[in-house]
Design a protein. Structure first.
Length: 205
């Protein structure tokens, strides 16, 4: 049988000092303080948020001020580019030419030709006409088959209808033809309209 050992006063004082400097490993959980009533009025519970008014259906871009039915083709048309060109020839003569009052001195028809064949034929035609002192030549390209601005194909890049019609003005700006040509414009309806071009050449030196 073990006997309980009694601490001396000095040992008891030392133990009490050590006990006061320690913390409990598992402190007892504290209960929340009870809600107090002030003047017999219980505190209100959490307020509920007011219901938000339902928003009307919204479509992206519905407030835009442009017409989306025509697509987003930002490139100017061939007619617009030709009309924007400065007049490099006599304006009175230019007006007569646009009205179909000038008779072309030479004519070439590029119908049915490939691009490479048409380019070579056009170059020979313009150089020969200029060498002979011709001033107004008529280049027939055709308008292109089908309707619409672009051809119906499966390529990733839209191909404009009337490839020759689109290429001829470009070829006429490049060397060596660019130095011989003063003006390019759509022909009058009597000479083929938008399926042909008037090509006004510079004077031979």
């Amino acid at each position: 049988m073990t006997r309980k050992r009694r601490l001396s006063e000095d040992d008891q004082a030392l133990w009490n000092q050590v006990a006061r400097s320690t913390n409990r490993m598992h402190p007892a959980s504290r209960k929340p303080a009870p809600e107090l009533e002030v003047n017999n009025v219980k505190p209100e519970g959490p307020r509920s948020q007011p219901a938000l008014a339902s928003l009307p259906a919204f479509r992206l871009g519905q407030a835009a001020r442009y017409d989306t039915s025509k697509g987003h083709d930002l490139a100017s048309t061939l007619e617009q580019r030709l009309a924007a060109q400065p007049v490099r020839m006599d304006r009175k003569t230019f007006g007569k030419m646009k009205k179909g009052k000038l008779r072309p001195e030479r004519k070439i028809d590029l119908h049915g030709m490939t691009l490479s064949t048409a380019h070579s034929a056009l170059s020979r035609f313009i150089i020969a006409a200029h060498a002979d002192g011709c001033r107004l030549a008529l280049v027939v390209t055709g308008k292109g088959q089908g309707k619409g601005k672009f051809r119906d194909d499966d390529g990733p890049i839209p191909t404009p209808r009337g490839v020759l019609r689109n290429q001829v003005p470009h070829w006429l700006r490049l060397a060596p033809l660019g130095a011989l040509v003063l003006q390019v414009t759509d022909a009058h309806i009597s000479h083929g309209g938008s399926g042909a071009y008037y090509v006004y050449l510079s004077r031979r030196r």
